[in-house]
Design a protein around this ligand. Sequence first.
Ligand SMILES: Cc1cc2nc3c(=O)[nH]c(=O)nc-3n(C[C@H](O)[C@H](O)[C@H](O)COP(=O)(O)O)c2cc1C
Length: 175
Amino acid sequence: MKKEYSPYEGIHAFPPFPVVLLTVKDNIITVGAVHIFSFDPPLYGVGIVPKRYSYKLVEEANEFVINFPTREQIEALEFCGTKSGREVDKFKKLGLTPQRGKAVETMLIKECPVNIECKVIKKIDLGGTHTWFIGEIQAVHIDEKYDASHTLVYDLQRKYRTIGEVVFTRPKAKK
Ligand SMILES: Cc1cc2nc3c(=O)[nH]c(=O)nc-3n(C[C@H](O)[C@H](O)[C@H](O)COP(=O)(O)O)c2cc1C
């Protein structure tokens, strides 16, 4: 038996998805609305609510950095997801180290094992809650000890999780 839900309730059934610490200029914001938009060119998109302080920063800077957090960085995710850069220097408050990138002015988070530098190529306003900024990847930094199973995913029941077991590895397609 399946129960029916309204679109507004049912949208929360979406399975866990990546959650990242996005840096823009010298601010950090927790972002769950993040996805790959193209492999060639390599594009990541992030959805940001226009009233956020970070929204204005992305508009001004035309760039952002995606930093993948680990399970040890829950406190940073919660802090950067509830406090505004208008009132607090999140790098300082959390004792995180800003690191210069290669292609953008925005600071990377040294303590995150993956940093992806992006330049905005398009802004998409769908008339909904989030406006999407599509960023072309300029440079990627990955810790040699990085293990994707240590990164976090988040779901709309407000739970952070690590990634679960591998169930199947698809064979490569023949060319
Ligand atoms: C798990 C989680 C995911 C979030 N995802 C987003 C998101 O995708 N887009 C967004 O605009 N805000 C998102 N937020 C809310 C912002 O992180 C939050 O409003 C933040 O304090 C804004 O910071 P700022 O004022 O410095 O920009 C999320 C918060 C949490 C805790």
